[in-house]
Design a protein. Sequence first.
Length: 438
Amino acid sequence: MRVNSNTRARTRAAVGLTVAALAAGATAGAGPATAQPKAAPAAAADCNAAYRIEQKLSTGTTWRMCWRYDGKAGLVLENISYQPKGEPKQIKVLNSARLGQIHVPYDDGKVEYDDLTGFDFAQGLMNLAPGECPGGTIRTVKVPDSWNEDPNVKGLCTTTRSRGHAYRMQGDTANKVFQTEGKDLLVYTVNQVGWYEYMTEWRFQDDGTITMNVGATGSLSWDDYDAGDGRGWPIGKGASAKATSHSHNAFWRLDFALDGSTKNKVEQYDSTVTAPTRGQRAPTTKTTRTKVTKELAGDSKAYRWWRMVSATGKNKDGHARSYEIVPGPTTRYPGRSYTKHDLYVTQYNKCELFASNNPGNCGAGAGKSVDKWVNGQALTHPVVWMNIGFHHIARDEDQQPMPVHWQGFSIAPRDVTAMNPLTPAELGWQNGHWRPRS
Ligand SMILES: [Cu+2]
């Protein structure tokens, strides 16, 4: 009832409200990540029970974290750690993980929204019906500086889900198939912004991968059926109403703390493939590593990937622990300086929280967007910003409701454990260049 009726009536044109709300909400997200001691040991998530998420999946992996709700960013997950079976201690991965903006420019150039900082994304937290969190728990979230009489929203779901095969292997000796079903912890909220509803989903897999996605659903914007100049798509009978095409550029902000230290190193890998020269049987591929020591505005491309390397932790094989950044499909939007690149790595600054329209005052000349913060600082505490864009050209199937469209990316463990964290005990000896036992 509450948010629905209120927010529904509010159109995107109600920008006046935004400024006031912006000022009112400014204190809500005061410097959480800074409270973390720099070399904090991987202790249990330090929050009280109401804000603790701890899930041991049936495959043996435990994820732990704290959650809070920011007056602009919405759901913020903090102090995230991973503990697969066989690891004596939890392994810290992130200090903080959250959205950094959802930027929505329309193709006709008439409107452009920053949904988090400018259009009250966080205020639009929706109550979830019990059926929307199957097998899980819906927690009550107190929305900071709520516009509603009751600031409490049953809005945070934590549950588990199967994701199909985690692995499969035919044993080479007996008639045995090693296979298991992967299990994920899911954490999600739904936030209404104008006519849209955004699902913010965090998926913590039992294999150590974290996948973050924004799903856009709800309804096409009723106010934007006026596309001219061929910048829309006819929706409904004939061609009288054209829904204006637009982009959803979603940003995530990840503050890594692998093994409890924020002094992570950043590496970029690129490979080049060369056609065979005379005398060579096949093409060759050469992979090179570039250490990223200064702030970066990077672009995804074929054969390129990045990883965050732990400053202190090694796995049982003596390899430095790291997390690889795995970009999802994206349409890079070249219309704004901050959407021109896929990945930004900035030196940590507690006031740099939103990729565009950053409300904090980060000092004279600091700039309001993430691209401005890439100015040559050395990376001793790197913060990763990922930009995943989607150009939405509406289709008849987008009504009604609009099917969820997902956009997002993953971070995947690389040498965090010495083997597959789900390796069955019988195969535990097959590490490295093993020889079949007869
Ligand atoms: Cu859209």
